[in-house]
Design a protein around this ligand. Sequence first.
Ligand code: SF4
Ligand code: SF4
Length: 188
Amino acid sequence: MTDHQHSPGDSPKTNGFIPGLIKGLATTARTLATPSHTAEYPDVQPHLPPRTRGVIALLEENCTSCMLCARECPDWCIYIDSHKETLPATTEGGRERQRNVLDRFAIDFSLCMYCGICIEVCPFDALHWSPEFEYAELNILDLLHEKDRLGEWMPTVPAPSALDPRSADPQEVAAANKPPRTAPERRQ
Ligand code: SF4
Ligand code: SF4
């Protein structure tokens, strides 16, 4: 018998009502027995995964103003200003050296799409994901954050997870553990 066929005495209105009611009550009972997932934020802070993309933090000491992050950012929302500084020679007769000094590093989080490209491309590990997310503003223009604010988020960056015990040594460790090269013996 299909759903649309009725046995004699069955009212079309009540047919399927009882099984539906039981199914509904079963769902209600199952839901009542399941613990609630409601997070009562802000009274209770959420447990965020360690790699949460909350905000981008800047470790200013590592930044060489190379501009790679700003060039690769698809939204063009990283602003960097720098100038060159001449360092005197450290040895007599040596050459003066030049280095970049970071004047401004800002990210406009109203444009940022949290893709993480800037963090991936930075060759000096100056940018890091922080799980911090409480930086909403009433005015969208206030989402442009300068290097001081970006630096304040650095302490909230979680420590990197431990390496897999079976992974290869990091390049620096492998290089340090390499035996020194010996000079080839001279022929007599
Ligand atoms: S996360 Fe993506 S969009 Fe945001 S600043 Fe970095 S590169 Fe630009
Ligand atoms: S944050 Fe990294 S990629 Fe960006 S300018 Fe500084 S060193 Fe270069």
